[in-house]
Design a binder for this molecule. Structure first.
Ligand SMILES: [Zn+2]
Ligand SMILES: [Zn+2]
Length: 383
């Protein structure tokens, strides 16, 4: 199957390198979105929807014949990491870089726009979505909650993520939980300072901090989960100030909870909060709890997952049917609430630096592979 002319592939590689040089962080993807919009306008889609969920942008190719609406999603944002690799297309923005491969994912979806411009769907609609703010977990829900999402309303939604450490071009997928839900918990404890010579006159959070640090990571295990299904990881802790003459009055603990299902995540977060409140109460401390960077677990729909498996076969790609979900998170999970979703990983090579490593760079060989997979799925549903 030929889905791509060689000169188009050259253009997509050039686009990838250009996007790589001008990375923008989550929620700030204005120039990236403008560049993508300019590309999409050359592909004459039926409709372009911009400024959706922030700087999100979508192109719709409508057959105007009854059939499913099929969405393919990529991400616009880069990371606040200094790139130490030295490719010719190295980031021109110090301290910002495309080290998760979203530049490559965007090129794949731009390639699809070119493909559907010349080979429009015969039935239903193809929606190409460039989502902002994936890295902080805010973008997918912002898209879904945007009133303009009513113009999109997909029946199926697909996404891929390149993944180093796995054979180049290999497809990895499973039905059911595909990756973990994740959420950051911030615990703020408040007591009362005293002179360090009279600690009994104050309320120090020290022993509560020690108890919470010891007990919090064990909550999943105590409720019968193991590391394949849930884990709580301590992230940071801070207490008191610099003066040796003053006992501390305040402390902050940060932890991340991850679970393979949204139900487990909810249950475990509830237990963690109750534990913290109980320890605070026993120590006479005030407590406030805050949450950050909430990601839902991506639940791969069995039917949608089968389209991915079939596409891998059609494209002659190695297929690894995964036994367990990945422990990392992806906000694509939010689309599981509104459509039949399936996500897969595309092997980025066993020696490739890991995602978010400062020397990572997207393997450009994957642009054509990613396109072939999505075109094969689209042909199945809208061909
Ligand atoms: Zn990332
Ligand atoms: Zn990513």
């Amino acid at each position: 199957m030929s889905v791509i002319e060689l000169n188009v592939l050259d253009e997509l590689i050039a686009l990838r390198r250009e996007l790589h040089q001008y990375p923008e962080l989550s929620g700030e993807e204005e120039n990236t979105a403008n560049r993508i919009k300019a590309w999409l306008e050359t592909c004459s889609p039926s409709q372009i929807i911009d400024q959706i969920g922030g700087h999100g942008i979508a192109a719709i190719f409508d057959s105007e014949t009854e059939g499913p609406s099929v969405l393919f999603r990529c991400e616009l944002d880069a990371l606040p990491i200094f790139e130490v690799g030295q490719p010719k297309w190295r980031s021109k923005e110090d301290g910002k870089a495309h080290l998760c491969g979203h530049d490559g994912h965007m090129s794949i979806i731009c390639g699809l726009a070119r493909h559907f411009a010349e080979n429009p769907p015969r039935k239903g609609r193809i929606i190409l979505l460039f989502q902002p703010a994936e890295e902080n977990g805010a973008g997918a829900s912002a898209i879904i909650n945007d009133p303009k999402f009513s113009l999109i309303k997909p029946d199926y939604a697909f996404a891929l993520h390149n993944l180093p450490g796995r054979p180049l071009h290999e497809i990895g997928v499973k039905s059911g939980p595909f990756n973990f839900a994740s959420e950051g918990l911030i615990v703020n404890l408040v007591g009362k300072t005293s002179h360090a010579s009279h600690p009994e006159d104050g309320i120090s959070p020290a022993s509560a901090v020690a108890e919470i640090l010891a007990k919090l990571p064990n909550v999943p295990q105590e409720l019968g989960y193991d590391h394949r299904t849930a884990l709580c990881t301590l992230i940071s802790t801070r207490m008191g100030g610099k003066a040796f003459g003053v006992t501390p009055a305040d402390a902050r603990i940060k932890a991340t909870l991850r679970s393979s299902t949204n139900a487990a995540q909810q249950k475990l977060m509830h237990h963690m909060q109750e534990l913290v409140k109980q320890v605070a109460r026993r120590n006479g401390l005030g407590v406030t709890l805050n949450h950050r960077e909430k990601f839902l677990s991506c639940q791969n729909d069995p039917e949608a997952t089968n389209y991915i498996k079939k596409a891998a076969k059609n494209c002659n790609l190695a297929l690894d049917e995964l036994q367990e979900p990945f422990r990392w998170s992806e906000d694509f999970g939010n689309f599981s609430l509104v459509a039949k979703t399936a996500m897969f990983v595309l092997g980025a090579g066993q020696t490739q630096p890991q995602l978010h490593n400062s020397d990572y760079d997207f393997p450009e060989e994957l642009i054509e592979t990613g396109m072939k997979m999505f075109v094969s799925i689209a042909d199945e549903l809208c061909g």
